[in-house]
Design a binder for this molecule. Structure first.
Ligand code: ZN
Ligand code: ZN
Length: 132
């Protein structure tokens, strides 16, 4: 299943079929530790933590670039291998840039002909938390 995403849709398969949710402003990105602000892009992911020896899973935000560094950081030379601090958002942004350069197209720009993101929305509020 696709993870819900927030912010403006970007050019990656991970958001192609994903549901857009309101940006969790004020929440903390679990990768870089920075606060999510309006205008950020990212995903919600299930994160498991040990709390009093019990595994507690919760949905937490991660910036789009912070998610990307885990996937493409090594390939793009921003990795522990090259002595980089991969936990910083600056490093994540560098990977985002390099991936865009490598593809010849900025990740932030959706290709023409991509699916319209504005699907008609149901007017009734979502109720079930068991979706997805
Ligand atoms: Zn982050
Ligand atoms: Zn590496």
């Amino acid at each position: 299943m696709s993870n819900p995403f927030f912010g403006e849709r970007w050019d990656a398969p991970i958001v192609d079929d994903a549901r857009q949710i309101p940006t969790p402003v004020g929440a903390t990105c679990y990768h870089c530790g920075e606060t999510v602000v309006d205008g950020d892009r990212g995903l919600m992911r299930a994160v498991g933590r040990l709390v009093n020896d019990e595994l507690v899973a919760s949905g937490e935000p991660i910036h789009a670039e912070c998610d990307l560094i885990g996937v493409s950081g090594h390939t793009m030379g921003v990795c522990h291998c090259t002595g980089c601090d991969t936990g910083s958002r600056a490093a994540a942004r560098l990977v985002w840039e390099r991936v865009g350069q490598a593809r010849g197209r900025d990740l932030a720009i959706r290709p023409t002909g991509s699916k319209p993101s504005a699907k008609p929305r149901a007017s009734s509020p979502e109720t079930g938390a068991d979706r997805g």
